[in-house]
Design a protein around this ligand. Structure first.
Ligand SMILES: Nc1nc2c(ncn2[C@@H]2O[C@H](COP(=O)(O)OP(=O)(O)O)[C@@H](O)[C@H]2O)c(=O)[nH]1
Ligand SMILES: [Mg+2]
Length: 139
């Protein structure tokens, strides 16, 4: 069954000129781009997007980071794309993310209050539906 996922190239990725590289990897894997838009987040939008993290110690730095520049918001489509993009992205910690993954190849650890790891990808069908509704209402 075809499904859709919400992907963000975070401000670190956009600033470093890696938007095209992330899109290239999504397309090279065989997924279809449904929507691609350079966007400026807002605190309200991020409170919805990162609802599961509100109140955690890294939440405020995470919001500040996500507001530090534009993000590339993407909807991609394909069989098992939610799981598939999480594998393309690699685990949250870029130091131990395997080479070959976006985070493993393109990100590293810095002495910063929040992890800079290039991309966000929805983690379940429920998250994907919710997040696509937040970033692309009406799609
Ligand atoms: N400083 C810090 N940042 C974190 C931590 N966990 C997550 N983050 C940041 O918050 C984002 C959202 O966290 P999460 O949903 O758990 O990870 P993801 O699904 O792999 O992006 C991550 O991508 C990181 O940018 C943490 O333990 N410490
Ligand atoms: Mg997450």
């Amino acid at each position: 069954m075809t499904e859709r996922t919400l992907i963000l190239v975070k401000p670190d990725g956009v600033k470093r000129g890696l938007s095209g590289e992330v899109l290239r990897r999504i397309e090279a894997k065989g997924y279809t781009l449904v929507a691609v838009e350079l966007r400026k987040a807002t605190p309200e939008l991020l409170a919805e997007h990162y609802a599961e993290h509100v109140g955690k110690p890294f939440y405020d730095p995470l919001v500040e980071f996500m507001l530090s520049g534009p993000v590339l918001a993407v909807v991609a489509e394909g069989q098992r794309v939610i799981e598939g993009f999480r594998v393309l992205a690699g685990p949250t910690d870029p130091t131990t993310a395997p080479p070959g993954s976006i985070r493993g190849d393109l990100a590293r650890t810095w002495d910063l209050p929040v992890i800079h790891n290039i991309v966000h990808g929805s983690d379940s069908p429920e998250s994907a539906e919710r997040e696509i509704g937040i970033w692309f209402p009406g799609i």
